[in-house]
Design a protein around this ligand. Structure first.
Ligand SMILES: *Cc1c(COP(=O)(O)O)cnc(C)c1O
Length: 372
């Protein structure tokens, strides 16, 4: 089935007891046992599993074409669960421009537990190959990457992971399963912040690990989920599942708007450079065309001038709201360097735009007046 049909139907079943078409929310933490002590309906205690979570996991696995999925209270919890299946002394190769929270998790938390990470530019396959050690157990990629929307050739890095015998994890948050299918390009696990486009309305935090195969590795992630307990609430699961129903249509509109915004900014005299994989001037536009069906809703722009000028432009925007995160219906703008703080690699004149679902002409008018 096509992704639009999967988004509407996967894990969504008419309730046999009531005939309700829209799923109920099950806040119950505990579930009845039979007289013989068994749980014939499969649910025991809500940290282990819950009907809303199971429905969401079934849907997320289907969207990515994986065999199994484990949902978490945030993508950071999902990332942690993957890392907790490694052992002290194991080596990781991760993108130098990975999501800010992932970098902090690797540098500040897991380094102290004996996981050693080499951070590389994933666009440079020779550098990735050179970073591999005998102890390399995991390679993480994230594409398009934040906030320069660099493109990693998922299949090329997958070959290196295969040769190294390392687990290959792709953070597919910015592309979504609508635009990119990492399992078809060699990934073993796909990671998502459902907080972003999957939830889609800026009202729920969540993460998921989807596994290509239901194997021993996935069982260990499932065990971390149940015993670590960083699980999403039934209502959170219900909200993400509800958001997914319209995912393919929303993502298409985000992409169309973002391309128009990027094209407008690209020709603007007060703009130094626009970062968007859909522009033919993007250094990896060809790779993006090969592995994505469209180029996403995120655009970054370096204005002519310094940090103060970038902040001034952000302050003049009226339709864009100054806030972090992305993937909701409303357009957001963020000066990344100042929120990333000391040691950031982000240019000081860069503004990151999450292009929302407003009319593109209103977004372009707003950017035009703010830049003038
Ligand atoms: C937001 C984000 C995360 C973290 O998501 P949380 O739900 O906030 O933990 C991880 N990876 C990417 C690419 C993200 O954009």
């Amino acid at each position: 089935m096509r992704i639009e049909t999967i988004a509407v139907h996967a894990g969504a079943h008419v309730d046999p007891g009531t005939g309700a078409v829209t799923p109920a929310i099950h806040p119950s933490t505990t579930f009845e046992r039979d007289a013989d002590g068994s749980y014939p309906r499969g649910f025991l205690y809500s940290r282990n599993s819950n009907p809303n979570r199971s429905a969401l996991e079934e849907c997320l696995a289907a969207l990515e074409g994986g065999e199994a999925a484990a949902a978490f209270a945030s993508a950071s919890a999902a990332t942690s669960a993957i890392l907790l299946t490694l052992r002290p002394g194991d080596h990781i190769v991760a993108p130098i421009d990975a999501y800010h929270g992932t970098l902090r998790l690797l540098r500040e938390t897991f380094a102290g537990w004996g996981l050693d990470t080499t951070f590389v530019d994933m666009a440079d396959t020779a550098a990735v190959r050179a970073a591999i050690r005998a102890s390399t157990r995991l390679i993480l990629v994230e594409t398009p990457s934040n906030p320069l929307w660099k493109i990693t050739d998922i299949a090329a890095i997958g070959e290196i992971a295969g040769e190294a015998g390392a687990l290959y994890v792709c953070d597919n948050t910015t592309a979504t399963p609508v635009l990119q299918s990492p399992f078809n390009l060699g990934a073993d696990l796909v990671l998502h912040a459902t907080t972003k486009y999957l939830g889609g309305h800026g009202d729920v935090l969540g993460g998921v690990v989807v596994s290509r195969t239901r194997d021993a590795r996935f069982d260990r992630i499932r065990a971390v989920q149940a015993s670590g307990g960083a699980v999403p609430s039934p209502f959170d699961c219900w909200l993400v599942r509800r958001g997914i129903r319209t995912l393919p249509y929303r993502v298409r509109a985000h992409c169309e708007n973002a391309l128009q915004v990027a094209t407008f900014l690209h020709g603007h005299p007060r703009v130094e450079v626009v970062h968007y994989p859909g522009l033919p001037t993007h250094p990896a536009h060809d790779v993006a065309r090969r592995q994505m069906t469209a180029f996403g809703g995120m655009v970054s722009v370096q204005v002519r001038g310094d940090q103060a000028r970038a902040m001034e432009v952000a302050a003049k925007l009226r339709v864009f709201t100054r806030a972090t995160s992305f993937g909701g219906t409303e357009s957001l703008v963020e000066h990344r360097a100042s929120i990333e703080g000391a040691g950031t690699r982000t240019p000081e004149n860069l503004l990151r735009l999450s292009v929302g679902l407003e009319h593109p002409d209103d977004l372009i008018d707003d950017l035009g007046q703010a830049l003038s």
